[in-house]
Structure formats: structure tokens, C-alpha cells
Design a protein around this ligand. Structure first.
Ligand code: HEC
Length: 144
């Protein structure tokens, strides 16, 4: 290799690394035009509603208000699956799969909650948990 082709190679590698560090990751961290980051979707919507469902289902809902609150959380989680797929946020297949499991599982969960079926709801909730794992296996960034 000549000196010249070595430096061209070096520049190409640097450009590729720069692309991966900026454009490559931005697609997952944020959508294309709206400001809401994926981290904010998780911290402000997905995590709190997920935790409310977990706590509420583990002790078995006692009255109509408790069921109503669980229905709200399940519907919001379902909505988050649309946010995750909107605005060109989705970068690849695992992301899409995780979002689709979240969508189906939360809808199923909502159906069980509307029937006030505590055992069925717990089962459906396990599938919701599966959606987090499916996407996070590829896409969970460490906080800096
Ligand atoms: C379609 C992909 C996807 C799905 C599904 C998903 N997550 Fe995430 N989650 C992410 C990404 C991407 C990050 C990292 C965001 C970042 O740091 O920029 C993340 C980060 C998080 C964080 C850390 C948030 C923070 O403070 O930055 C929590 C908590 C979290 N997810 C909870 C959940 C739970 C609970 C579920 C399931 C109900 C879930 N996630 C489902 C993609 C997903």
C-alpha cells in the first residue's frame, strides 16, 4: 500500500466512525422532527405506567377505581408503542419487534383489565415485560 492509499483508508475509517457515533445513534435516541427523546419516553411514560401496573396487579385490584387506574396505565403503554414507531424513530427490526410486542401485549392486558380478570391480567403483564427485554437486548444505552 502506498502512503496515499493508507491515508485515504484512514480518512474513510474516521468518517465511518463519525457516522456511527452521530447519525447512526440519533435514529434511536430521538425521532426525526419532534423533540421527545427515547430516554424521555421511557423515564416519563413507559417506566411509570409499567411500575403502576406491576404494583397494582401484584396486590390484586380492590375496587372500580383501582381497575380504572390500571386501564389508564395499560392504554398509555399501548400508546407509547405508537410513539416508539413514529417520526422515523425506529432504526431496525429488534426495535420494531419490541414495539409490536408492547402494542399487542398492552392491548391484551387492557382487555383482561376491562374484564376485571386479575389472573389473566397478570399473565398479559408478563408479555408486556417481554417487550422491554426484546428491545433493550439491542437498544438500551448506559447513562453517561
Ligand atoms: C422499542 C424499544 C424499546 C422498548 C419496547 C422499551 N424500551 Fe426502554 N429504552 C429504550 C431505549 C432506546 C432506551 C435508552 C434511551 C437512551 O438512553 O437514550 C431505553 C431506556 C429505558 C430506561 C432508562 C430511561 C432513562 O432514564 O434514560 C427505562 C427505565 C426503560 N427503558 C424502561 C422500559 C420498560 C419498563 C419497558 C417495557 C414496558 C421498555 N423500556 C420498553 C427502548 C425501548
Amino acid at each position: 500500500m502506498t502512503r496515499r492509499s493508507v491515508s485515504i483508508l484512514a480518512i474513510t475509517v474516521l468518517l465511518a466512525a463519525g457516522f456511527l457515533a452521530s447519525g447512526g445513534l440519533n435514529a434511536q435516541k430521538k425521532g426525526k422532527t419532534r423533540p421527545l427523546t427515547s430516554s424521555q419516553v421511557m423515564a416519563g411514560l413507559v417506566k411509570p405506567e409499567f411500575l403502576k401496573l406491576k404494583a397494582g396487579l401484584e396486590k390484586s385490584p380492590q375496587d372500580d377505581d383501582a381497575w380504572k387506574a390500571l386501564a389508564t396505565s395499560a392504554a398509555l403503554l399501548n400508546e407509547s408503542s405508537y410513539i416508539l414507531m413514529a417520526d422515523e424513530r425506529c432504526p431496525d427490526k429488534p426495535w420494531e419487534e419490541g414495539s409490536m410486542i408492547l402494542r399487542k401485549a398492552s392491548l391484551n392486558l387492557l382487555t383482561q383489565i376491562e374484564k376485571k380478570d386479575a389472573a389473566g391480567a397478570l399473565e398479559a403483564f408478563a408479555m408486556v415485560q417481554q417487550s422491554c427485554k426484546t428491545c433493550h437486548a439491542e437498544h438500551k444505552y448506559k447513562k453517561k
